[in-house]
Design a protein around this ligand. Structure first.
Ligand SMILES: Nc1nc2c(c(=O)[nH]1)N[C@H]1C(S)=C(S)[C@@H](COP(=O)(O)OP(=O)(O)OC[C@H]3O[C@@H](n4cnc5c(=O)[nH]c(N)nc54)[C@H](O)[C@@H]3O)O[C@H]1N2
Ligand SMILES: Nc1nc2c(c(=O)[nH]1)N[C@H]1C(S)=C(S)[C@@H](COP(=O)(O)OP(=O)(O)OC[C@H]3O[C@@H](n4cnc5c(=O)[nH]c(N)nc54)[C@H](O)[C@@H]3O)O[C@H]1N2
Ligand SMILES: [Mo]
Length: 593
């Protein structure tokens, strides 16, 4: 029996037990706090995925691994070379390729396709993004699931919310929304205003926790003034809810222990940082921080408190809007930018300008199809690594369970290329693994992050006090042509532009595994199931197959991340703070074909 951990970019970071004589049959580690005895169906797919890259290629020709690595080394002997890493595997050893780019004075990336905007908002308010241990969810009276598709993207948290009052805020009636005691189907991109209005009503109704605020967030009077700068009626109309629901919401959360589970959905916008800072502020006004059964959990910083041996300085370019064409050689590791980055037409055009694209990954995909050199990676059962999580503090060794005779690990890749290019070799692989493991602390049978605290923010915030928002700007909303959709329920016919909601899917891990071709829309739009539509935005267009559902708002369409072509519609822009992609900062139109 070998214990390891799942490498998927998921918050759960499940423990796995493998009986090596029965491999590829694997089961959840029954003792692991977030695996809860069952692995998701994606792990099973991982074991049987067909389009695995098994043969190295150079310019379309199959070659030996050594020949391919030789070609990699040669292609890196140019002036401008870029390392663009995706999040296909969450093991810490993925980053060891940084050491190669340090040696060759190459460029790496900064920013994020994922949670950068929300993270920046948290840093602005709290100063540091700590993880809320799942045990605190279990101690809450009320759980607010805010723009997080819990049953799909973090299903192992479900046992922790059992028996709690549940509030869900999501423009789509997700499975978790159907379980809610109070469900708010707000308009996309309205969460900043929703959180702000709620805070205003908290203080207006004298429900604020004065003792807590005086100690940890003394500037709350100014914040109250700030919230009063927004017009209640217009804002409620924009959010698409009425005053009573606000009242009901407050009744649930005032004087209770409340945990807010906030997902990526709320922050895929230029103002994503403000959204998280506003949700934090709401929790702060009610004193929902630093106590048992309280807190706001977003995607936490899994590496907080670790000294990272792979962190390098040097030239960096923006990850979400990378101009690949500025480089002679681009190494794409563990990602599928041709499909996962926003604004696919721009990305593909830029990739075409690059002289040499190296794809280092597990599967054939849109990016491997464009690559000049293809290097097969090992999967997380085939190499040693260490797994951290952005939702809990467990540090899990990832252990090699089987041999793979065609792939190469990130460690071996880096070491081989360094040697071929005449640089000093790396230290032994185990030494790097130990650097991570030795920083963790033992608690019962687990290793925990060095900054594990049972109750984060118990002693307040980084700079002593919580920083409220005092300045807000929103260019998107002031552009009248983009905000035509207002009274959508009453005037269906007037709607011509729709919010694009593009979340995760249960059948895929971003663009890995099962792909799709559907757009889900409200039946009142007048399209038939199975009909082909051309969907377009100011960034690009693509065709999808219609699926009608009355779980949709009339003003919103749904195209999950695993849908081929969805990112032709999404914008090449960065969030106000956090250098993050803004997948939903766009409205789309639909045409019959
Ligand atoms: N099965 C599966 N699990 C995954 C992944 C996967 O691809 N597949 N990916 C992993 C990764 S990389 C990540 S980052 C996490 C992300 O997981 P989540 O945080 O759950 O993020 P999303 O699925 O993008 O969106 C979550 C919810 O936000 C809602 N939403 C969209 N726009 C808005 C809005 O403006 N306001 C509000 N209130 N809600 C909104 C969507 O309808 C959706 O239900 O999941 C991880 N887990
Ligand atoms: N429209 C839309 N677009 C999105 C999102 C969305 O919600 N909607 N979500 C965004 C988010 S949150 C994220 S995190 C990004 C993810 O975007 P990417 O990081 O591009 O992730 P994937 O598309 O899952 O591609 C990961 C690739 O990693 C490779 N891989 C897997 N394991 C390993 C390994 O051990 N070693 C190596 N070398 N390669 C490996 C696989 O071949 C796989 O194709 O997508 C973003 N794009
Ligand atoms: Mo992500």
């Amino acid at each position: 029996m070998i214990k390891t951990a799942c490498g998927f970019d998921c918050p759960d970071a499940c423990g796995i037990v493998c009986d090596s004589s029965h491999f590829p049959k694997v089961v959840a580690d029954p003792a692991h706090p977030t695996s809860n005895g069952a692995l998701c169906s994606l792990v099973n797919r991982y074991m049987h995925q067909e389009d695995r890259v098994t043969k190295p290629r150079v310019n379309g020709k199959e070659v030996s691994l050594d020949e391919a690595l030789e070609a990699v080394a040669k292609s890196l002997e140019v002036k401008d070379k870029l390392l663009w890493r995706g999040s296909g595997n969450f093991g810490v050893m993925q980053e060891i390729t940084n050491l190669l780019f340090k040696a060759i004075d190459g460029t790496t990336t900064k920013g994020s396709l994922c949670d950068g905007a929300g993270d920046a908002g948290i840093l602005a308010g709290r100063g540091v993004n700590k993880i809320l241990p799942p045990e605190q969810i279990a101690k809450a009276d009320v759980v607010v699931v805010w723009g997080k598709n819990l049953t799909v993207t973090a299903s192992h948290l479900m046992p922790y919310i059992e028996g709690k009052k549940l509030i869900v805020i999501d423009p789509i009636v997700t499975p978790i929304a159907k379980m809610a005691d109070l469900y708010i189907q707000n308009a996309p991109r309205s969460d900043f205003y929703l959180a702000l209005m709620l805070s205003r009503f908290v203080i207006m109704g004298d429900h604020e926790n004065k003792e807590f605020l005086d100690e940890f967030a003394p500037e709350y009077d100014d914040f109250y003034d700030f919230t009063r700068g927004f017009r209640i009626k217009a804002i409620l109309e924009y959010i698409g809810i009425d005053l009573e629901i606000m009242g009901e919401f407050l009744e649930y959360i005032v004087d209770k222990r409340v945990v807010y589970l906030v997902g990526n959905g709320v922050q895929k916008y230029s103002i994503g940082n403000f959204v998280l800072q506003a949700i934090d502020a709401l929790a702060i006004t009610l004193g929902h921080f630093g106590k048992n059964g309280c807190g706001v959990a977003f995607l936490g910083n899994s590496k907080l408190g670790f000294e990272n041996p792979f962190e390098i300085k040097g030239k960096k370019v923006q990850k979400a809007i990378t101009r690949f064409g500025d480089f002679d050689t681009v190494l794409i590791q563990g990602g599928n930018p041709a499909e996962s980055m926003p604004d696919s037409s721009r990305v593909i055009e830029e990739l075409k300008k690059t002289k040499t694209i190296i794809y280092f990954g597990l599967y054939e995909n849109e990016t491997s199809a464009m690559a000049d050199i293809v290097i097969p990676a090992k999967n997380f059962f085939e190499k040693d690594d260490v797994r951290l999580s952005y939702a809990h503090h467990i540090v899990s060794p990832m252990r090699k369970v089987v041999e793979c005779d065609y792939g190469i690990s990130e460690y071996d890749f880096t070491n081989t290329i360094l040697q071929k290019m005449g640089f000093e070799s790396l230290a032994k692989e185990q030494e790097y693994l130990d650097i991570w493991l030795n920083q963790a602390k033992q608690k019962e049978e687990y290793l925990l992050s060095p900054v594990y605290e049972e109750i984060p923010y118990q002693d307040g915030f980084e700079d002593d006090e919580f920083e409220f928002i005092d300045d807000f700007y929103d260019d998107f909303e002031t552009n009248k042509s983009l905000t035509r959709v207002r009274k959508n329920k009453k005037k269906d016919k007037e709607i011509t532009e729709y919010w694009l909601v593009t979340p995760k899917s249960s059948h895929s891990l971003n663009t890995q595994f099962q792909r799709d071709n559907k757009i889900t829309i409200h039946p009142s739009l007048g399209f038939k199931d199975g009909e082909k539509v051309r969907v377009y935005s100011s960034w690009g267009e693509h065709e999808f197959i219609v699926k009608n559902s009355d779980l949709m708002r009339v003003d919103t369409v749904l195209i999950p991340v695993n849908t081929i072509g969805v990112n032709y519609l999404t914008p090449s822009i960065l969030s106000e703070e956090g250098d993050s992609a803004c997948y939903q900062e766009v409205k789309v139109k639909l045409d019959r074909i």
